[in-house]
Write a protein that binds this ligand. Structure first.
Ligand SMILES: [Zn+2]
Length: 314
């Protein structure tokens, strides 16, 4: 698929509204900028919203250029790792949630919903991609709506937990979605948001510097599917602006499966770079740093637990 051929639209900063920005890099023809007022990193030119359904087609889940490489096969092959991730998520849910009615927005093929459904949760999903949502319905027997959250026509105040995992960074109108979520949550209901910490995460800054580039300029895999590249501060500011108060923070690590599917190239660059890569990837330096980073909330996954602003019960 030619990702650069989508119809485009221009945008200013969605956090502070400023049009003042600095170009960090151009990735696959898409400009990645940093707002000079609030620091949000985003695509100042992005695929038009009407291109979304085309974007999350088969190629997104299969060809590995922007989204995933062989999503279904990967799930089968690394089933145990997925089960570990789901089991951790389940444990966190039991700790935070007050009820069992759960909605996942952007549920893809529905594997997490299926896992939770089998453990007593009343699950529903919304998914923009016809391909993956059809699988969730037909193969897993889940209640999954194809389309946007707005089009799903869900009952007001009927969910105790709403999951927004790796989704916010894809949304053209995040505040509309957050407003909608506030209406769908039951009293005492919670929103769990997860997104990657991209471009200004320590590992990417180190990689940029190591390769003689400016921080924030190395290639993210996800352009133009990701419209924003959050850091903890900018993610929280967007959630606050969307009417949510954050009451718990968690740090995670992305990439354990991706690294198995696409192992890092050791033999790249000059001899010093190769030596560095060898120590980092093969001798366990990375593993150690990831472990330590997670403990001090510097993992490359940002997880936030939030409640609607007016709801002070947590
Ligand atoms: Zn801004």
């Amino acid at each position: 698929m030619d990702w650069s051929s989508f119809p485009r639209e221009k945008t200013d900063c969605i956090l502070c509204g400023s049009s003042s920005k600095r170009l960090l890099s151009t990735q696959k023809t898409w400009p990645v900028v940093r707002c000079t007022e609030c620091g949000l990193v985003y695509l100042s030119e992005r695929p038009a919203e009407k291109a979304l359904t085309d974007m999350y087609s088969k190629a997104y889940y299969e060809d590995g250029k922007v989204g995933y490489t062989g999503y279904l096969q990967t799930f089968e092959k690394y089933h145990d790792i997925f089960m570990n991730i789901f089991s951790r998520r389940h444990r966190d849910l039991l700790h935070h949630a007050r009820g069992r009615r759960l909605l996942e927005i952007g549920c893809a093929y529905g594997f997490l919903l299926d896992y939770l459904g089998q453990r007593g949760w009343e699950v529903q999903g919304v998914e923009i991609s016809p391909l993956s949502s059809e699988f969730a319905r037909n193969e897993l027997g889940l209640t999954v709506h194809t389309g946007s959250l707005e089009s799903a026509d869900l009952e007001e105040h009927s969910f105790d937990v709403i999951l927004l995992l790796d989704v916010l960074e894809h949304l053209h109108r995040p505040y509309d979605t957050l407003r909608h979520i506030r209406g769908l949550l039951s009293p005492g209901g919670i929103l769990i948001v997860q997104c990657p910490w991209e471009l200004y995460h320590w590992e990417e800054i180190a990689e940029a510097v190591f390769r003689g580039k400016r921080p924030g300029t190395i290639e993210p895999d996800s352009v133009p599917a990701h419209l924003y590249f959050f850091q903890p501060g900018t993610l929280e500011a967007v959630l606050n602006k969307g009417g949510f108060r954050i009451y718990a923070r968690q740090s995670g690590n992305y990439g354990s499966i991706r690294r198995l599917v696409r192992p890092p190239e050791i033999n790249r660059g000059n001899p010093i770079e190769r030596f560095g890569r060898f120590i980092y990837f093969r001798l366990g330096l990375r593993r150690f740093l990831y472990y330590a980073a997670r403990l001090v909330h510097l993992g490359n996954g940002i997880i936030r637990y939030a409640v609607p602003e007016e709801d002070e019960q947590q």
